[in-house]
Design a binder for this molecule. Structure first.
Ligand code: TRP
Length: 332
């Protein structure tokens, strides 16, 4: 089934790409093409295509289906912005015109774009690090508006403890993230706090876009014992670019999401994004059923984490995975 769902998803994304293929950069030009349906619409906007977010998306749809909101009853309008802000604008104005019953926004930039424009339709977020800092809600306990959802923040302390268990004598830690992603800034601050508490020094580097990654990675060679990368949408799309430099220089990379370890980084401690999506689907069903309202439904978290270790990268780096970690980790 997984395979067919993936194919379905690929088809949906491909048709989204076709829809926007001819739009040019501006986005607000021609007429909006609305979905050919008279069923109630569930609109989904995802910032970019990558493993974690795709899994959250699948989980969300599955979670709703489990509660009876399947294709017989609703129409899923799946839209992917391909990492582009102007696409996000186009998608959000499409949603405004089609008046869905509910919007699911996947990752912080997608939720910010939707929440800025749409105030009268419930927006449920998923794979979002910190709703309050991103100004999506007044506070996590009492959102106060039309936005609520599920956070994907995994304990930064636990992630850093994992890094230090794999690189026992680490004293200097590199940190790379995209300066315009508030989700990353939150995690970077927590990481710096941890390092201060544990008397570790931090070499912090930010990128504006994927083109900066190589240079920034090179600037850390010889300066750090390992590098930490949070769940950053920009970095996630270019892990192989980062690994080229870090593997060649034997620098371990610890990452905030399972998919980035599958893409080549040494290790991750993260939430399970499919489960996160399922939980989001349940929350959405509760809203559609009238059981809860976004303004009073607290942001939900996941308390269980998965450790993912990339065996091949451990070999490249010459790192022995301690037994107690190997026992509980998923080896990829
Ligand atoms: N948490 C990120 C956000 O708030 C999105 C995200 C989820 C992500 N999983 C990821 C980014 C993995 C990079 C890698 O926008």
């Amino acid at each position: 089934m997984g395979k067919w769902m993936k194919l379905g998803m690929a088809a949906a994304l491909a048709s989204a790409a076709l829809l926007y293929g001819g739009c040019g950069g501006g986005g607000q030009g021609g007429k909006q093409q609305l979905p050919p349906t008279d069923k109630p619409i569930i609109a989904v906007v995802q910032i970019v295509q990558h493993g974690s977010l795709d899994q959250a998306n699948q989980g969300f749809v599955e979670g709703l289906k489990k509660r009876g909101y399947d294709e017989n009853k609703v129409y899923f309008d799946q839209q992917n912005a391909q990492g582009d802000q102007s696409n996000l604008k186009t998608i959000v104005s499409r949603f405004k015109a089609e008046k869905p019953k509910l919007i699911c926004a996947i990752a912080t930039p997608a939720a910010q774009a939707a929440a800025n424009e749409i105030k009268d339709i419930p927006i449920v977020g998923t794979a979002i690090t910190d709703y309050t800092t991103a100004k999506l809600v007044k506070n996590d306990e009492h959102p106060g508006g039309n936005v609520t959802g599920v956070s994907d923040l995994a304990s930064i302390d636990a992630q850093m403890d994992l890094g230090r268990a794999l690189v026992p004598n680490a004293k200097k830690i590199g940190l790379i993230y995209c300066s315009s992603e508030v989700n990353s800034e939150v995690q970077a601050n927590m990481m710096k706090e941890y390092c201060k508490k544990n008397k570790l020094s931090v070499e912090e580097r930010t990128v504006n876009n994927v083109n900066d990654i190589q240079q920034v990675a090179e600037s850390l060679v010889g300066k750090v014992d390992f590098i930490y990368v949070p769940t950053d949408n920009t970095l996630a799309s270019a892990i192989p670019t980062l690994m080229k430099i870090t593997d060649a220089n034997k620098i371990p990379v610890i990452v905030g999401a399972d998919i980035m370890a599958k893409d080549g980084a040494l290790a991750a401690l993260s939430v399970d994004y499919y489960k996160l999506g399922l939980q989001t689907g349940q929350m959405a069903a509760d809203i559609l059923d009238g059981k809860i309202k976004p303004e009073t439904a607290p942001i939900q978290h996941q308390k269980e984490y998965t450790i993912v270790i990339n065996k091949k990268d451990a070999e490249i780096l010459g790192i022995q995975i301690p037994d107690e970690i190997a026992k509980k980790a998923q080896m990829v």
